[in-house]
Design a binder for this molecule. Sequence first.
Ligand code: SF4
Length: 163
Amino acid sequence: MWSLLLRKLKMGRLTEKNGNSLTPHMASNLPLKFRKSLQIRHLDCGSCNGCDWEMAALGNSLYDHQHFGIDFVASPRHADLLMCTGPGSTQLLNAARETYEAMAKPKWVMAVGDCAINGGVFKGAYATEGGIDGILQVDIKVPGCPPKPDDLIKALLEFMGKR
Ligand code: SF4
């Protein structure tokens, strides 16, 4: 734990501070029907749970994601977007691929937090893939350790063409 903390202090932030990264063609080609509602399946790919707690805050009365037509679903078969947190631990590789495979097309992937984007504090660790980029094609990246719920809701609304 201490070595991780020291490494984090030495490394600093690994990602840009200036907001979300949305693959441009994805934003412009998003079908109109997805601008009204978006169903999300969350997958914890080995996170410390920090990102997951911020993501859970989207459901509180301040952010209230359901007001925007955004909802979390239990089955990937109902999901449009796979939201991944964590660095992509090797134990989760098959689960991540199978979850993605189970989703109907068109489908998108969102990497939440520095870990999901490039491994974050777990970068180089033997049991991780250094982000989910190597496993799945990522369409939206929200940096931060963890990212604020503000950033998450903004990225989702931007993706839906509501901002
Ligand atoms: S980005 Fe930070 S908060 Fe999120 S899973 Fe990694 S270490 Fe935890």
